[in-house]
Design a protein around this ligand. Structure first.
Ligand code: GLA
Length: 724
């Protein structure tokens, strides 16, 4: 068992292959955190959580055992002496919000319990061990269950919380975070991913100041602007060396990841649903289950942390049948045609693309209702037979006749005020009676907390999926939520709407996959606006950004790779000048950058030159040749995109193959390009495609030395295979 309880020290020890997480029950029954980091043996670690007593301004607990304001609390609560960020705040029936939970019981068992109705990591009894701790508030009779699951193969701990109202009165949850982690004083930096439309998941690293630092969303979605992820790293940590703690939240709605550094320099990290605009009422006997948060520790820097997330999320979050299956190489017509197409144009794109080796045609926005622009039609999921003559069934059959698969775009959660659906059901969107509604891209958001709305969407989508031959859908979400209120919820439950929306979304996705188990779903939200781990549970790949410019994508894909596996990063070659930036970059670079993801095309192939078509054929051959090393290999970020250059490499798990990609962002006269491989076996011999044979130690310590100058935006790859 990798989780143990030692009664002698009243301590719990959670071990993964290379990490340990330790906490104890003190004399007052408080759960006190001791240690999280590199693996240690099971000794008495209680000394490590000792903190000096403070003044009367940090009160002692009533039983005199604890100073909650300075002790590292395993799960911090509100209103009983801990003035730092609290993970839990419950307003009891008498109106006060003071909570005090003490240890009651624990269970340790093989396996991982299911989190009903919400996405979460999973694992067999061989792969996982779980600890459940119950702590109780003797006054309010709130029962708090803390779940910890460790993975046998990964240095990751999955955490979540359940709160049960075991009293005879109602109670209201005002904050209920999924995890609370205490780290000792040090020289800590915070890393996070920020952005906006077209510029998602830019990496930023800052020294953590005293007080609270919050990375959050209250958009109703995880959003473009912040990703539900932070890493806390030592000031000296690099890409490959040093302490890196990653915190990732498996949730698609309003999230909060906060650090609080107190006066002494100790750090608290809490991750969970954003308490702003959140509340949940519990009647006697009812429970609330939080989404899951995942913590990862690596002594091998940010790169080590990312590689753990990649494997965990690819193997134990994404689901079969697609998690490790080779994805169809697709062409999407969006940038090729926008709304201006008919069935013949789409068929011709498919035909030409198929001849070059593309395996699936994805028909994007504009095939339904009155959708000839972005101001009408959303909600009317019926084929527009003026554009798709003969219907979707016929078009899908014709495309299958070419030996290709067929995919279709939907934006189920939205409604245009100009639509039949809005005429029939104006109350089906989120709205506040009497308040004019904000529009985003001319659309409103449907109230997914409603079962009738979910049923309507399921029925429309199910019908199209049954009628035509469709192997894939792209599920879009092109605005964030405003006027968050539901026509069906009572006034005291309106505060639950944001979370109920997300649960409704999960329910709809699950139902669709149950009815169509082989369907491949790609997520999208104006590009990567909801690219979060929860979405990966339903959508094993996600459209990373509407910005398809290869040079822009270097930053976007670099940041995305902090947490998300290559198999999830949807990346396509598009035309030049690029539609978002007007930049012109060589076809080879566009291909090399798109190869660092699911790979595909986003253009009208019928308008391509013969030269470009030959380039497409060559790219597709490379896609197949390098598929395994790219998608299942370990990623090493060699040079971050720094305005001059960028490089990364993949190394297969058995270290027999590697692929390095280098992109020149800005050229200089007479400039050499040097870059060292990482992750190879020092003692193996590797040969590149030009026939150079060198030991792994030479490829890693000396690397490559390109003396021929490179022009702006050009790229090259070096492919190594082991020589036996
Ligand atoms: C969003 C997506 C695009 C495309 C359009 C269609 O912006 O990110 O890829 O599907 O919607 O309207």
């Amino acid at each position: 068992m990798s989780i143990k309880y030692f009664d002698e020290f009243k301590s719990f020890y959670l071990h993964t292959p290379n990490t340990s997480y330790v906490f104890h029950i003190n004399d007052g029954g408080f759960l006190i955190h001791d240690y999280y980091g590199k693996k240690i043996p099971e000794c008495d670690m209680r000394f490590y959580s000792a903190r000096p007593g403070r003044s009367s301004f940090s009160p002692r607990s009533a039983d005199g055992t604890t100073t909650p304001d300075s002790a590292p609390m395993e799960y911090s609560v509100n209103g009983t002496g801990d003035y730092r960020a609290s993970a839990l705040q419950i307003r009891e029936f008498r109106g006060n919000a003071s909570t005090d939970i003490r240890f009651d019981s624990y269970k340790i068992y093989a396996g991982k319990p299911e989190l009903k109705g919400q996405p979460a990591t999973y694992g067999t009894e061989e792969e996982t061990t779980t600890l459940e701790i119950v702590a109780k508030d003797a006054v309010t009779n709130a029962e708090v269950t803390l779940y910890y699951t460790v993975f046998e193969n990964y240095d990751a701990i999955a955490r979540r919380v359940k709160v049960t109202n075991a009293s005879e009165h109602g109670m209201d949850l005002e904050r209920v975070y999924s995890s609370c982690t205490e780290l000792p004083k040090g020289n800590w930096d915070i890393c996070h991913l920020y952005g906006m439309w077209g510029r998602e998941r830019k990496f930023e690293r800052n020294h953590i100041p005293r007080g609270i630092t919050a990375i959050e969303s209250k958009r109703g979605a995880s959003g473009h602007h912040h990703n539900p992820f932070i890493a806390i790293v030592d000031g000296s940590t690099t890409e490959e060396i040093g302490d890196a703690y990653g915190f990732s939240f498996i949730y698609s709605g309003n999230f909060s990841a906060q650090t609080e550094i107190d006066t002494d320099g100790d750090v608290r990290v809490i991750v969970g649903i954003n308490p702003t605009d959140f509340g949940w009422h519990l009647d006697p006997g009812e429970s609330f289950e939080t989404p899951e948060a995942v913590s990862v520790y690596s002594a091998e820097g940010l790169g080590g942390m990312s590689r753990i997330f990649h494997k965990l999320y690819r193997n134990n979050l994404c689901r079969d049948p697609w998690k490790n299956a080779k994805r169809p190489l697709l062409i999407n017509n969006w940038e090729g045609t926008y709304f201006n197409f008919d069935e013949e144009k789409i068929f011709n794109i498919a035909k030409e693309a198929g001849e070059l080796g593309v395996e699936m045609l994805v028909l994007d926005d504009g095939w339904f209702g009155s959708r000839n622009g972005d101001n009408s039609g959303l909600g009317d999921w019926f084929v527009n037979e003026e554009k798709i003559k003969g219907g979707m069934k016929l078009l899908s059959e014709r495309i299958h006749g070419l030996g290709m698969k067929f995919g279709l775009w939907f934006e189920p959660e939205m409604i245009n005020p100009i639509s039949n659906l809005y005429d029939a059901h104006p109350d089906w969107c989120l709205h506040v009676e009497g308040r004019p509604m904000c529009k985003g891209r001319n659309q409103y958001v449907l109230d997914l907390s409603r079962k009738d709305v979910q049923d309507y969407l399921f029925d429309c989508m199910d019908k199209i999926l049954k009628d035509a031959q469709i192997e894939y859908i792209k599920w879009d979400f092109n605005r964030n939520i405003t006027e968050a209120a539901s026509a069906l919820l009572s006034a005291d439950k309106q505060k639950e709407i944001f979370h109920r929306y997300v649960l409704g979304l999960y329910a709809l996705c699950e139902r669709l996959l149950e009815a169509h188990p082989d369907l491949l779903m790609e997520g999208c939200s104006g590009g990567g606006g909801r690219f979060d781990p929860a979405m990966l549970y339903y959508f094993p790949q996600y459209w990373t950004s509407d910005d398809t410019d290869a040079i822009e994508r270097l930053d976007i894909q670099y940041g995305t790779s902090m947490v998300y596996p290559t198999t999830a990063i949807s990346s396509h070659v598009s035309v030049c000048p690029n539609h978002q930036t007007e930049r012109i970059s060589p076809m080879q670079t566009r291909g090399d950058v798109a190869l660092a993801g699911t790979f595909g095309y986003e253009l009208d192939v019928t308008k391509m030159s013969d030269e470009d078509k030959e380039a497409v054929k060559a790219q597709i051959a490379e896609y197949h040749k390098y598929y395994d090393v790219i998608h299942f290999g370990d990623l090493y970020r060699l040079i971050p995109p720094n305005g001059e250059e960028c490089a990364w490499c993949y190394v297969s798990e058995d270290k027999s193959e590697a692929l390095l990609t280098f992109v020149c962002i800005r050229c200089h006269p007479q400039f050499r390009r040097c870059v060292k491989f990482r992750g190879l076996d020092e003692n193996k011999l590797y040969k590149d495609d030009e026939g150079n044979v060198r030991p792994g130690s030479v490829w890693m310590n000396a690397g490559i030395n390109r003396t021929n100058g490179m022009k702006d935006f050009t790229s090259f790859k070096v492919h190594l295979t082991e020589v036996k």
